[in-house]
Ligand binder design. Structure first.
Ligand SMILES: NC(=O)c1ccc[n+]([C@@H]2O[C@H](COP(=O)([O-])OP(=O)(O)OC[C@H]3O[C@@H](n4cnc5c(N)ncnc54)[C@H](OP(=O)(O)O)[C@@H]3O)[C@@H](O)[C@H]2O)c1
Length: 221
């Protein structure tokens, strides 16, 4: 059965997954790169830029790496929000193809939720961006159909993740709580309540200072 999964979603102690304002120069607003420094230090991240097997790419291979590398395992499609795909106003730029260059790191059909869809955009390396104006359930159905039996990742940002959680469509969520206080931005938790009733939740502290939280949907006895 194809699962709906979230990985490496990094939030501040006060629950923000991005700062503000977002722009082409500052995709995470005033948060800068602080939400993902834990990941940039890992072997998983070093491999993203490495050629060949990347065995000597460097980076840490401890707890943070072990969680981070689960991001791509068994994934057949991704769903992301319009604000992850580009800065405000990207819909007015016909040449905008996302932040990631000609070979984006998704390597699978990738569905961008937007109220201003455009034709599908094939990229190098197996990523094709599809633009959808659809609710979470319909978007998930389209992504599952494209995922060839594998799992679907909800890639963020927080608005889209929150909508999928609220709709009860998430089977597994890996959050990374980073010990910073952002004070403003887009908060993951607003409007959600009592998630702990639907999920088994575990926490693992990393020596790097972040806390990995896993939410696994409770099975009905
Ligand atoms: N902390 C992390 O690990 C992490 C991970 C991923 C992304 N991010 C960051 O999060 C930020 C983006 O998050 P965000 O919460 O601002 O926005 P988002 O979730 O990426 O996108 C929300 C937008 O997507 C469109 N959308 C959402 N649902 C839709 C639907 N059902 N139908 C049609 N359109 C829909 C709407 O845009 P329109 O109305 O404009 O079309 C909506 O405003 C970026 O800064 C990104 O870098 C952080």
């Amino acid at each position: 059965m194809s699962l709906t999964r979230i990985h490496n979603l990094s939030i501040s102690l006060d629950g923000f997954a991005t700062g503000e304002p977002q722009s082409a120069e500052a995709p995470f607003g005033h948060a800068g790169e602080r939400l993902h420094e834990w990941m940039f230090a890992t072997h998983f991240w070093a491999l993203q830029g490495a050629s060949g097997s990347g065995a000597d790419a460097g980076g840490s291979s401890g707890v943070d790496h072990a969680f981070a590398e689960r991001h791509s395992v068994g994934i057949g499609a991704e769903i992301m929000g319009a604000h992850k795909f580009g800065p405000p106003g990207w819909q007015d730029d016909p040449d905008w193809t996302g932040w990631w260059g000609p070979n984006p790191p998704f390597h699978s059909p990738t569905f961008v939720l937007t109220h201003r869809p455009r034709p599908a955009m094939p990229m190098e390396g197996g990523t094709t961006f599809h633009f959808l104006d659809a609710g979470p359930a319909d978007a998930l159905e389209a992504a599952r159909a494209a995922a060839d039996g594998r799992d679907v990742r909800i890639g963020g940002g927080p608005t889209v993740v929150r909508d999928f959680l609220a709709a009860g469509l998430v089977d597994h969520m890996h959050l990374v709580q980073v010990p910073i206080v952002l004070g403003r931005g887009v908060r993951l938790w607003d409007g959600l309540e009592a998630l702990e009733e639907a999920y088994d939740i575990e926490a693992v502290s990393s020596p790097s200072g972040v806390t990995h939280l896993t939410f696994s949907r409770k099975t009905v006895p």
